[in-house]
Design a protein around this ligand. Structure first.
Ligand SMILES: *Cc1c(COP(=O)(O)O)cnc(C)c1O
Length: 619
């Protein structure tokens, strides 16, 4: 076996510790690229001569570039957020992988466009390759699956709905073109065919040479006007891209149904079942069910195994829906569970491997059976969104969508995709299968470099994300055990929202004796202001967090249980319906880094105490 991945060698580092290596690689890639230019028809005369390069207007133009760059650098330094620092405990950001950054920078010089093979022979092939990596990460058969890089999770979710919508309408197209194939099936039955069955029908249409005509009779030809293709069921914790998707795809907000979450912010599967039962009783079709692996606000992992079981049971009873997982955030965490051969490890083996690696402490009570079973069940769903630019530690813009059965892309492509399916090296006109047009091959190369250097299993990404979970758990337990902060005779305490399923921790501060939720919200808003760009240049902040409001509008009465922990006057949640919480996505592997975790925590609480005392003085 090769040497295990050393996480500290993977990033530039909070103090640019690995800068000498980075600079060496930058020199290499610039030199290498310059050679590439020079060796293209070496006998061609240079366009820019030495004489010209000495002219004053030439030098002045270079000076303009220099000044613009210096201006930009200053702007970036003042206004950028130091994602790289372990003091950054905010959004889904951290240091990005050296390998990915170098891959991006090198490829940028070649500027490939992955819309068409012609513009990107190298990086189109890499996009297909990383699509397979991600399919394998999700437990799909990479030969049968389809995956590619999008600009982000938002567009990946759009592509999933695009596939689901066109799939749902396809049986009606078959009835119009090849009625014998669906003889005896009524509208309700056509709306409830399982995914694999519909894709088999598509195969029959291809064999009959009628696929193009069938596509014209599906929703892509007829539009959404004619038929009700059904509701989309999402948890209350959904990302707002689903709200936008309902609009863009002509589904309508009234057909986007929010299923309640429980106190742990996972979708309430019993409530999902009740919703499906109610819809089925009304003969109201379900276009898709979306589960979330790593909710944006809480990092909660929906019980995917239970939702898959539900899907299977309903399918036996003639009620079928497309099942998608929005794992934009949590998808790469599946590497925590995979061994070197890509096998999904047994429950006890996961803990053993991580403690043997010295990453996750054996006493860390992270891995619940629900989280384990959820990740295990992921290959059972139709498609998955997974963002390299989140837990893949890759620079923007890199999301991805993977589908279990690649035949499904023929339902969205504007090209006879299936004609080219047979061989790997056939020109792939990506632009005809995807939402976007021109797109950066550099982003794809960054993902490829990341996967090349960091194995998508317990030894690679499993280590980085393992460190981040270890940090998140220590932070969570510290919050649970935190003593009060005393400021000028006033006493403040902090309570975490929920036990994290992966590495996002939400929490709120409260002044002991304060009866008002509104007052408590004001305190946390003020703390957020102290820990964000709002308090002036972020470069001078001790810590940086993000925040969110958990509102009745989004979450129903669920946040009331958290509000009740603060001992406010009764009826406060009922009256206000909104609680403001601080949110720390702990992607950094460095929380235990420079000194010790205990010192880190003491530093954090010290900074919170100073922030609160500034707030008290200001008020
Ligand atoms: C971040 C996120 C998205 C959107 O991804 P972008 O890359 O920001 O477009 C969608 N769903 C979930 C659960 C997310 O966390």
């Amino acid at each position: 076996m090769s040497e295990p991945t050393n996480v500290n060698a993977l990033f530039l580092g909070p103090k640019a510790e690995n800068y000498p290596f980075f600079r060496e690689m930058l020199n290499y890639l610039m030199d290498d690229h310059a050679q590439w230019r020079r060796h293209f028809h070496p006998d061609d005369a240079p366009v820019v001569t030495g004489e010209e390069q000495a002219r004053p207007d030439f030098l002045a133009t270079l000076q303009q570039t220099r000044e613009a760059l210096i201006e930009l650098a200053g702007n970036l330094q003042i206004h950028s957020t130091p994602w790289f620092s372990p003091r950054y405990l905010g959004h889904m950001n951290a240091d990005t992988l050296l390998a990915a950054n170098l891959g991006y920078m090198l490829t940028l010089l070649y500027n490939p466009n992955n819309c068409a093979y012609e513009g990107s022979p190298a990086t189109t092939a890499l996009e297909i390759e990383v699509g397979r990596h991600l399919a394998a990460l999700m437990g799909y058969d990479p030969q049968k699956a389809w995956g590619h890089i999008t600009s982000g999770g938002t567009v990946a979710n759009y592509e999933a709905i695009w596939m689901a919508r066109n799939l749902k309408s396809f049986p009606f197209a078959i009835r119009a073109i090849l009625p014998d194939l669906v003889a005896g099936l009524d509208d309700w039955q056509l709306l409830n065919l399982p995914t694999a069955r519909i894709l088999d029908l598509a195969d029959r249409a291809k064999e009959a040479g009628l696929f193009e005509e069938a596509r014209r009779h599906s929703v892509r030809g007829t539009g959404m006007t004619g038929r009700n293709l059904g509701k989309i069921l999402v948890p209350q914790s959904k990302h707002y891209s689903w709200t936008k998707a309902a609009d863009i795809f002509g589904i309508g907000q009234e057909n986007l149904i929010s299923v309640p979450v429980q106190d742990d912010y996972r979708m309430d599967v019993a409530a999902l079942k009740r919703t499906i039962d109610r819809l089925a009783a009304d003969r109201s079709p379900i276009l898709a069910v979306v589960a979330v692996c790593g909710t944006t606000e809480e990092g909660a992992v929906d019980k995917i195994h239970e939702i898959v079981r539900l899907r299977d049971r309903y399918e036996d009873r003639g009620v079928s829906f497309y099942l998608h997982i929005d794992a934009a955030y949590g998808g790469y965490a599946r590497s925590l569970f995979l061994d070197e051969d890509g096998g999904f490890m047994g429950y006890n083996e996961v803990g053993r491997r991580h403690s043997r690696q010295g990453v996750l402490d054996p006493d860390t009570d992270w891995l619940s059976t629900d989280v384990y079973e959820s990740f295990k069940a992921m290959p059972e769903v139709d498609s998955i969104t997974v963002d390299p630019h989140k837990l893949g530690y890759v620079p923007y813009a890199a999301g991805a969508v993977v589908a279990r059965d690649r035949r499904i892309i023929d339902l969205i492509s504007f090209f006879a995709a299936y004609v080219f399916e047979k061989t790997d090296d056939n020109p792939m006109l990506l632009g005809s299968y995807i939402m976007e047009g021109s797109k950066a091959g550099a982003a794809v190369a960054a993902v490829w470099m990341a996967h090349r250097v960091v194995p998508l299993n317990v030894t690679g990404y499993g280590r980085i994300i393992g460190y981040s979970i270890e940090g998140a758990y220590r932070f969570y337990h510290s919050l649970l055990a935190a003593g009060p902060i005393e400021v000028g005779g006033r006493t403040f305490e902090v309570i975490p929202l929920a036990r994290p399923d992966i590495n996002i921790v939400d929490y709120a501060f409260h002044e002991r004796g304060n009866p008002s939720l509104e007052e408590m919200n004001r305190l946390n808003q003020a703390i957020y202001a102290e820990c964000s760009y709002k308090s002036g240049p972020i470069y001078t902040n001790d810590f940086i967090t993000s925040k969110t409001a958990l509102t009745r509008e989004e979450y129903g009465e669920t946040p009331g249980a958290f509000v009740a922990k603060f001992g406010l006057r009764s009826g406060e949640w009922e009256a206000l319906g909104s609680i403001y919480v601080l949110r720390s996505c702990i992607l950094t592997p460095y929380l235990m880094g420079h000194t010790t975790y205990e010192a880190y925590w003491a530093n954090f609480m010290g900074a919170m105490g100073r922030a609160i005392s500034r707030i008290c003085e200001g008020a």
